[in-house]
Design a protein. Sequence first.
Length: 157
Amino acid sequence: MRNRGSRLDPISEYRSAQQALRVLFQPFTAEHCPTCRTPCCRKPARIQPLDLILLETLISPNPVPPGAVERAAGEWLESAAAAADPDLGPCEFLTGTGCRFPGDLRPLGCTAFICQPMRSRLSAESLDALIVGVGRVEAAHVRLAESLGLGGGAESA
Ligand code: SF4
Ligand code: SF4
């Protein structure tokens, strides 16, 4: 699905940018996440309303119900308020086989998160590549939000 010219439409651009970034993260996460002592998929997760709206719109057979945006925003605010509690348990989207979000539609805050183990173990070159990839995902997220009339831009973790 493309717009005029060769540019991807906003949702395809966003999913494509997420896929490209996951390829960069994958070698590190495959090696280190299974034994990580400070796993990051904990509550409150970095999930924003738009992440949930995209999930419902693109994955669920049902359209976004009335009030979904407001509810998602409320949940996100509650989640942010709960951030002071250090031990709220695993993220509710975490399953025995990983995240319940599709691999190319993970919440922006999760996708864009460069964790401390990465910062301390990856080479400067690898970290720079991740930072560039995160920037592309965030830029695509801004364009996507604007295209949906949900301007205000991306909020990274
Ligand atoms: S903090 Fe880093 S190494 Fe640990 S589980 Fe999360 S992504 Fe993997
Ligand atoms: S939404 Fe997925 S990636 Fe994000 S914290 Fe939860 S399980 Fe982890």
